[in-house]
Design a binder for this molecule. Structure first.
Ligand SMILES: Nc1ncnc2c1ncn2[C@@H]1O[C@H](COP(=O)(O)OP(=O)(O)OP(=O)(O)O)[C@@H](O)[C@H]1O
Length: 621
């Protein structure tokens, strides 16, 4: 799997990561963040207050008093009102506490989902703007799992993690301070448990981070496997490989499950482990406090309040331990996402990039060499010293054995890839000096297997030209010999084409793509075997349409069937990444080289047949 490895591990400093989380996400939702922290502090504080109140409440309720009584030296209440005022006070505090908790939850949810949306948007725009080489080098499933799953782990960390963690940590602090006021030595005994608990937290945190990393890798593998199975469903069925695929995907699911279970185990065990420590402390406190009470140093109220607080502290501690694992999972996901987000595209626009002037253009490749990044060291480059040119109104054809580098040449024009040496120029300007949008606005591309979006035919034709009118769309479809088949469909131009245009035939998809190119009306036309999917009749129609389209434009055409390239102004024969021959059809046939051999195999050196047979792959290779 070629996914960027998760940023190494726990030793990586946390501070820059948290700083970035704050800067890039939380600070945008500052108000909601601080408000939720405020409500968290209020509800934590009031919980501690309720327990602290147990002390005077129990003492007042269980002992007989005459006349007014003082509570905490703050208020004085008549003793006959004690039975009413104490429950009233408890209800009032409980209501405020519940309101604060509800407000906190509502805010945290908004905050968390807001952040997950921000991350997803960033991930998507990183993906759609990434270099083609990166997108090709990584399985699409890994992008899906980042956007859908990893982003959610970060949300969990922000919400249950950051906010609830703070709430419980504050509550713990509040309770410990309140306990200190009741009995300081006893509180110091309690604090002896802290190092043990922090050891537990660290240990389980490490485990859950490791499990989270494993689960993320396997989630990615699972979404890749699902997508691959759906894409390759025909091959799977014809080869009877359903059972094998079930086993393969089942294995990925089992591996993912193991990591997830390990992660939830460490969460499930971290809480109870700290519980054992907490109850150990409760037992010690009971013993000491019981002895202290028997000595008359502690009232029943103070004892009950202290134990109540201790239990609450235990609960808060358990939450803090649990949330530490959630937090570490989220931080692991955040590290991974940031690594992916930080990959800068290499195909970038220069800061002083210029617009390409409108009007006809001349395209040239000037001593171009190019190698794909995945190429092994020492292997020959994909293209070596390729030079060619095409003037406005000219058509050049690229022919040659399979794998020779023809499609690669076309990919260099819109800067899907950048050359490693030499230059691609338009009107004498290096394409790297041009604004990317302007460059791509000047190019229409029709490939062998055109891609259509799951939308209407009209929207697919208009994809490259925002705001195209219905008339313009119909005119483009007519020019591409597509209008008749479109109007024969039940919903005409409003027919949805299905996923990747699968509800249309190959030839129909091809014509919709050609209509898209007509509508774009760009001065450079790249045709990658554009008529290959058409039957004889529509090929003749489209060929005529393409010729109209080529008029006045610079056209680079790839063709395996030499019958389609005979009228080209120049034919470049590409073999093993080099231009081995160039000239017109007649001159190349006469020359008796590779082209002449290919033409002979397709019976084109005699009288021209209407349609030539496809070029076998092994020709000249
Ligand atoms: N994305 C890629 N990453 C790595 N190598 C690639 C990539 N695309 C193509 N190649 C390699 O580059 C070489 C040229 O491929 P290219 O598709 O340009 O040839 P072609 O002449 O268009 O072939 P065909 O006629 O079969 O379509 C091949 O050896 C191919 O394996």
């Amino acid at each position: 799997m070629t996914v960027p490895a998760p940023a190494s591990d726990t030793r990586e400093p946390l501070r820059p990561l948290l700083g970035r989380i704050w800067r890039d996400y939380l600070s945008r939702h500052k108000r909601a963040f601080f408000a939720s922290m405020f409500f968290a502090a209020v509800s934590g504080g009031l919980t501690a207050l309720l327990l602290k109140f147990l002390e005077p409440a129990i003492d007042l309720l269980f002992t007989k008093h005459e006349g007014p009584v003082e509570v905490w030296g703050l208020v004085t209440i008549p003793s006959d009102k004690v039975l009413i005022l104490i429950p009233l006070f408890i209800i009032m505090v409980a209501v405020i506490r519940s309101l604060a908790m509800a407000a906190q939850s509502a805010l945290v949810n908004r905050l968390g989902h807001g952040i997950v949306g921000d991350i997803q948007r960033q991930l998507f725009s990183g993906m759609i703007r990434a270099d083609l080489s990166r997108l090709r080098g990584q399985h699409s499933g890994s992008f899906v799992s980042s956007v859908l799953f990893d982003a959610n782990l970060v949300r969990e960390a922000f919400t249950s993690g950051v906010v609830n963690y703070t709430q419980n940590a504050l509550m713990l602090l509040g309770v410990i301070i309140a306990m200190g006021f009741i009995d300081l030595p006893l509180t110091l005994i309690v604090l002896l448990g802290v190092p043990v608990v922090s050891w537990i937290i660290r240990r389980f945190g490490q485990k859950s981070r490791k499990a989270a990393r494993g689960a993320m890798v396997e989630t990615e593998a699972l979404s890749s496997a699902l997508m691959e199975n759906l894409d390759g469903v025909r091959v799977i069925k014809i080869e009877n490989r359903e059972a094998a695929e079930e086993a393969r995907v089942g294995e990925v699911i089992a591996r993912r499950q193991r990591h997830i279970i390990k992660g939830s185990d460490s969460r499930a065990f971290a809480g109870p482990a700290s519980d054992i420590v907490a109850y150990g402390i409760v037992a010690a406190v009971m013993a000491y406090a019981g002895w202290s009470a028997s000595q008359g140093q502690m009232t029943v109220g103070a004892f009950a309040s202290f134990i109540g607080m201790l239990l609450l502290a235990g609960q808060a501690l358990r939450q803090v331990t649990n949330l530490t694992t959630v937090l570490s999972e989220g931080l692991t996901a955040a590290r991974r996402l940031f690594t992916a987000l930080d990959i800068e595209p290499e195909i970038r626009e220069a800061s002083n990039a210029i617009e390409l002037e409108t009007g006809p253009v001349t395209v040239a490749l000037d001593h171009v060499s190019f190698a794909y990044q995945t190429r092994e060291d020492g292997a020959a480059p994909t293209l070596s010293d390729v030079s060619l040119h095409v003037a406005p109104g000219e058509t050049i054809a690229l022919v040659g054995p399979s794998g020779g580098g023809k499609s690669t040449i076309l990919s260099l024009l819109p800067r899907f890839y950048d050359v490693t040496a030499g230059a691609v120029t338009i009107n004498g300007r290096d394409v790297r000096e041009l604004k990317l949008q302007s460059l791509r606005d000047h190019i229409a591309l029709v490939t062998q297997e055109p891609f259509l979006f799951d939308d209407t035919i009209a929207a697919n034709i208009a994809y490259g030209r925002k705001g195209a009118t219905a008339e313009q769309i119909i005119e483009a479809a007519r020019s591409a010999a597509a209008h008749d088949f479109i109007t024969a469909l039940p919903e005409g131009y409003a027919t949805r084409v299905g996923e990747a245009g699968m509800r249309l035939s190959g030839g129909q998809r091809q014509r919709v793509a050609i209509a898209r190119a007509f509508l774009k009306d760009a001065p450079i036309l790249l045709l990658d075997e554009a008529t290959s999917a058409l039957d004889t009749e529509s090929e003749a129609l489209v060929q005529a349409a393409l010729e109209r389209l080529m008029h006045g434009r610079a056209t680079l055409m790839i063709a395996h069937r030499l019958s389609t390239v005979q009228n080209a102004d120049r034919i470049y024969v590409i073999d093993a990444g080099r231009v081995v021959e160039q000239g017109t059809h007649a001159s190349l046939v006469k020359k008796g080289g590779l082209y002449a051999r290919l033409a002979r195999q397709q019976s084109l050196d005699g009288p021209l047949p209407v349609i030539a047979s496809p070029l076998p792959d092994e020709t000249g290779a």
